[in-house]
Design a protein around this ligand. Structure first.
Ligand SMILES: Cc1cc2nc3c(=O)[nH]c(=O)nc-3n(C[C@H](O)[C@H](O)[C@H](O)COP(=O)(O)OP(=O)(O)OC[C@H]3O[C@@H](n4cnc5c(N)ncnc54)[C@H](O)[C@@H]3O)c2cc1C
Length: 373
């Protein structure tokens, strides 16, 4: 009996599949496994791909075995961490998926203010551990994206104004490259590979663990200001000019959302990493800008990341005049409501992030194109 793999006529014998199964400490899931349909699922429900094999790796040795197997047998290989890639880069048809979601090790060193996380950790889990010490690093705006997946593309998040992008805080990373070799990378060891990882996405190897610099973060101000949808154009115009006035402590995102009761709304999502009173003052003009429908959230501590604000599926474009027109057209002419979110960073990328930021913007454009935007 054989398992069909790839898009061509290549067949992979059961013996070979069994040999990989025996080489792994984690589970190997093929399409006859009871868990297959669950295991192949990714965050974007529009992506419905059927990999031949899913290797649930438990550590570096499993990753090396899986990489070597894919290379030897000419299989398409995808790496999956949090599964949030909108175009579905974390899966494929007919190939091998390295599923890192079981690799959850996290170690905080409060004295050096650093944390090391394995390749399958998501932001909620990392925040949970670092917040026990009043520490944090820039993560994503929602809590269930993969730590490594987000970081390799740059990593925008609530703390970035003061702490830089996620990638700016990376100190070192362990990587298995396509030849199956293990490398420790940092500014001192394998500096070229370290440079490439920071913004280069998953193109340079499988990151099995990553180390970050941490920052003191205690209380943050966060929440959402909702406006009636017919004010969306004015809200977005306000957003564009207001962003330019904000200090580094503040983050402000604009989104067009469907409220839980089904009503379309325009939203400003605020975050302030500093004294609460200062945050209230900084964001006062946002509350006064139009007549809000509702203000959700208030002062919460940094554990707010546990509860997703669940903003829009992001169409990551800066709001230039042409984009405003385009958004307007979408919203008026599409049969269903289009969700949209923009981050301040898309309008004013910080020069300080240099190459990483440029690579991140490139990836955002690539993902937006893949989504047909
Ligand atoms: C709802 C939502 C909110 C988002 N919010 C933000 C945000 O606030 N800020 C931001 O910057 N981005 C954001 N993104 C984009 C997100 O960071 C990227 O899509 C990222 O690639 C997702 O990583 P993942 O591990 O969850 O996804 P996966 O689908 O698991 O991985 C995506 C790709 O990343 C690479 N990769 C992942 N893990 C590894 C690894 N260990 N080693 C090597 N390569 C790896 C691989 O190429 C993989 O195919 C958001 C996406 C969504 C869907």
């Amino acid at each position: 009996m054989s398992t069909t793999v790839g898009t061509g006529a290549s067949l992979l014998s059961d013996e070979r599949v069994s040999a990989l199964r025996a080489a792994l400490r984690g589970e190997l899931i093929a399409n006859d496994h009871a868990a297959y349909d669950h295991a192949r699922r990714v965050w974007n429900g529009n992506i419905d791909r059927r990999p031949a094999l899913i290797a649930r790796c438990t550590g570096v040795a499993d990753v090396q075995a899986a990489v070597n197997f894919a290379r030897t047998h000419g299989l398409v290989l995808s790496v999956r961490d949090g599964g949030h890639s909108a175009p579905g880069y974390g899966t494929n048809d007919g190939g091998l998926v390295i599923d890192l979601s079981g690799m959850k090790g996290i170690r905080v060193d409060p004295s050096s203010r650093t944390v090391r996380a394995e390749g399958g950790v998501i932001w909620r889990e990392l925040d949970h551990e670092t917040q026990a010490f009043g520490l944090a690093t820039t993560g994503g705006t929602v809590s269930n994206t993969g730590v490594v997946g987000l970081t390799l593309g740059g990593g925008l998040g609530w703390l970035m104004g003061k702490c830089g992008l996620a990638v700016d805080n990376v100190i070192s990373a362990d990587v298995v490259t396509a030849d199956g070799q293990f490398h420790q990378t940092s500014a001192q060891h394998n500096p070229d590979l370290f440079w490439a990882l920071r913004g280069g996405g998953g193109n340079f190897g499988v990151v099995t663990s990553i180390e970050y610099r941490l920052h003191e973060v205690s209380q943050v101000l966060g929440g959402m200001i909702l406006f009636p949808f017919d004010q969306a154009r004015e809200v977005l115009k306000f957003y564009r000019s207001f962003c330019a006035t904000l200090p580094d402590e503040a983050e402000l995102y604009a989104a067009l959302l469907t409220a839980p009761q089904g009503m379309p709304v325009a939203a400003l999502l605020v975050g302030y990493n500093g004294p609460i009173a200062d945050g209230e003052r900084v964001f006062a003009p946002a509350r006064r800008s139009r007549e809000p429908d509702a203000v959700c959230g208030a002062s919460e501590n940094a554990r707010r990341t546990k509860r997703d604000a669940r903003p829009a599926t992001l169409l990551a474009v800066g709001i230039h005049r042409a984009h405003l027109r385009r958004i307007d057209r979408w919203c008026r002419h599409r049969g269903r409501f289009v969700q949209f979110a923009a981050q301040r960073h898309h309008l004013f990328p910080h020069a300080r992030s240099g190459d990483a930021c440029a690579r991140h913007r490139y990836r955002i454009r690539r993902e937006a194109c893949a989504m047909g935007c």
